[in-house]
Design a protein around this ligand. Structure first.
Ligand SMILES: [Zn+2]
Length: 136
């Protein structure tokens, strides 16, 4: 099992990413995943860092006001930063991060981060797009 697969397994089992860039943390819900996590400790640390950085970039973008989003130069700057991070990092971690942070944002605010409307979270289109991009 690769570090990415371990990360996906931990998150799917209700685990979460916490801490900050200096002290990245992977919280587990199931204790029996611990040996797997220990075996990939160093790789997981860098994947969790990637996820933390990307989560912050998504949040900064999603937290822009309506007025800020209409400022095309500013909007492009935030989107450019996200694209740079997504391309630089592991694509599977980028997707996992998008899914978990969009879900967290939606349950916290009640707004879908993709269409900025109050209501359901529209994750499916992005999911298909990402999986297509990753050749799955
Ligand atoms: Zn939406």
């Amino acid at each position: 099992m690769t570090a990415v697969e371990v990360l996906a397994k931990v998150l799917k089992a209700g685990g979460s990413i916490a801490g900050d860039y200096q002290q990245p943390k992977l919280r587990m819900v199931w204790r029996d995943l611990k040996p797997m996590v220990e075996a990939h400790r160093e790789d997981l640390r860098s994947l969790v860092r990637q996820s933390l950085t990307l989560t912050a970039a998504y949040r900064n973008y999603w937290d822009l006001s309506e007025t800020q989003v209409r400022d095309t130069a500013l909007e492009a700057k935030y989107r450019g930063e996200i694209t740079r991070l997504e391309v630089q990092g592991n694509p599977a971690v980028s997707w996992l991060t998008l899914r978990t942070s969009a879900t967290a944002y939606h349950s916290e605010t009640g707004f879908c981060p993709f269409c900025r409307e109050r209501g359901p979270l529209h994750l499916l289109a992005e999911q298909v797009e990402m999986e297509f991009r990753n050749g799955r």
